[in-house]
Design a protein around this ligand. Structure first.
Ligand code: H79
Length: 429
């Protein structure tokens, strides 16, 4: 009888039903690290970078596989220098890098053995930039996350098709289970050949929301190889079992400015906002709609006020260089972070949630009030615990503060205002 019971338990364990995910201690520690990190670099790089019209060029321009594949022959980034990218991220104050190992075009940016549609086998360059970058990240002490697209416009077994990929000209047949095995085999390569992998960021699930993706099988595979690896899935929904942080694309948590996040309720997991500097992820030579450095910093501050990280994207060019507009913006953000990072790194959001005037962060016995847009000469902050003092973060100058029935009121008539972020430090009693 006992033996039968144990047998049933083992069987249940192998099936990993919903509600059974127990993150390893190392994973829980990694989540803390992630929440403290606050700022990362997203990198979109692939053979689409050759076309210079963004990473969706294949789909947007109805390019069939046969006409898309020749892009690989033109991918020869002789000016790529992993150390330079990592150094830029560090200068900007970023603590991790998330890079596309495979985007929707199915092209592996690493030396996969699962097919020839990869950077080592299909380009004249023949190098593995994921290996070069991961090694450099480990050397320079910055964490490395791998983006991996579940959606694949190139693989013949990605069938039946979903919402996209209908102009790729693939055979009208395919074996879905074989595709899932292919994905797991690729992920196994990424988690065994590149040292410590700090995160896996999935995307493209939304192409086939009703398919049997067997996500738990894949998540369990990842965690069996590297228990601490943080998994997220950009499915625009509240996280599923086995995921370790929640990502919001082009949106602050709980918002739906881009229209992607209708069904994404903010969860209790660590949060991340992924955003672009202009309006493209992959390099797009015609996209000059650059956000100002001021607005990027304010976005980072607002994300922190939500308790979220900002994963800010660059789309390097096919020669391996990051365009000067991005480098300049990141260097300016880095200057700001060197002066004000104490009010961002290691903090959590609140206690007052972000408002039209700005946001709050907190750490230890301090609250940081980030005034991004001063709307009146005084600012009322409700629901705070007893406070001892208020001072300007930069100068230490005292800020007049009174306590009222509605909360503490900061009197800001005589304080110096900063066009980007006027930071007031509140000390708990
Ligand atoms: O990698 C970057 C983008 O290429 C990728 N995610 C970021 C990180 C991304 N792909 N698509 N999107 C973001 C938005 C997708 C929108 C649409 Fe649809 C896909 C519109 C129509 C098809 C999703 C599915 C929304 C409606 C149906």
């Amino acid at each position: 009888m006992k033996i039968i019971q144990i047998g049933v338990l083992v069987l249940l364990g192998a099936m990993t039903p919903a509600g059974t995910y127990q993150p390893a201690n190392s994973n829980l520690e990694a989540r803390q690290w992630f929440q403290d990190a606050k700022f990362g670099m997203f990198i979109h790089w692939g053979v689409y970078s050759v076309a210079e019209r963004g990473e969706w060029v294949m789909e947007n321009e109805n390019i069939p596989v046969s006409a898309y594949e020749p892009l690989a022959a033109k991918f020869n980034p002789t000016e790529f220098d992993a150390a330079e990218w990592v150094a830029l991220a560090k200068r900007a104050g970023m603590k991790y890098i998330t890079i596309t190992t495979k985007h929707h075009d199915g092209f592996a940016m690493y030396g996969t053995k699962q097919n020839k549609w990869n950077v080592v086998d299909a380009t004249p360059w023949k190098k593995d930039p994921i290996k070069l970058l991961a090694d450099e990240c480990h050397r320079q002490g910055i964490k490395i996350f791998f983006y991996y697209s579940l959606l694949d416009w190139h693989h013949p077994d990605y069938y039946p098709l979903g919402r996209t990929g209908h102009s790729a000209g693939r055979p009208v047949e395919g074996d879905w289970n074989r595709y899932l095995d292919f994905m797991d085999a690729q992920l196994k390569e990424l988690l065994t050949g590149y040292g410590e992998v700090d995160g896996i960021c999935f995307d493209g699930w939304w192409d086939k929301p009703h398919a049997d993706w067997q996500l738990r099988r894949t998540y369990d595979l990842i965690h069996s190889l590297q228990p601490a690896t943080l998994i997220t899935n950009n499915h625009h929904r509240t996280p599923y079992e086995g995921e370790d942080y929640q990502i919001f694309e082009q949106d602050l948590p709980g918002h739906n400015a881009a229209g992607f996040n209708r069904e994404a309720e903010k969860s209790a997991l660590p949060l991340e906002t992924a955003a672009t500097i202009n309006e493209s992820w992959g390099y797009n030579r015609n996209d000059t709609k650059f956000k100002s450095t001021e607005s990027l910093i304010q976005y980072l501050v607002r994300a922190a006020g939500h308790g979220a990280n900002l994963d800010l994207n660059v789309g390097p060019m096919s020669n391996g260089k990051i365009q000067p507009e991005f480098v300049e913006a990141l260097d300016q953000i880095g200057d700001w972070m060197r002066k004000n990072g104490e009010t961002i790194y290691g903090t959590r959001g609140g206690p007052v949630p972000p408002q039209s005037w700005g946001a709050m962060t907190q750490k230890g016995d301090r609250f940081y009030v980030h005034i991004l847009k001063l709307q009146a000469e005084s600012l009322t902050l409700p629901h705070l615990p007893p406070l001892k003092a208020a001072a300007m973060f930069v100068t230490g100058a005292k800020v007049d503060m009174t306590s009222t029935d509605n909360g503490y009121v900061l009197h800001l008539q005589r304080t110096a205002h900063d066009a980007i972020d006027t930071i007031v430090v509140l000390e708990k009693r």
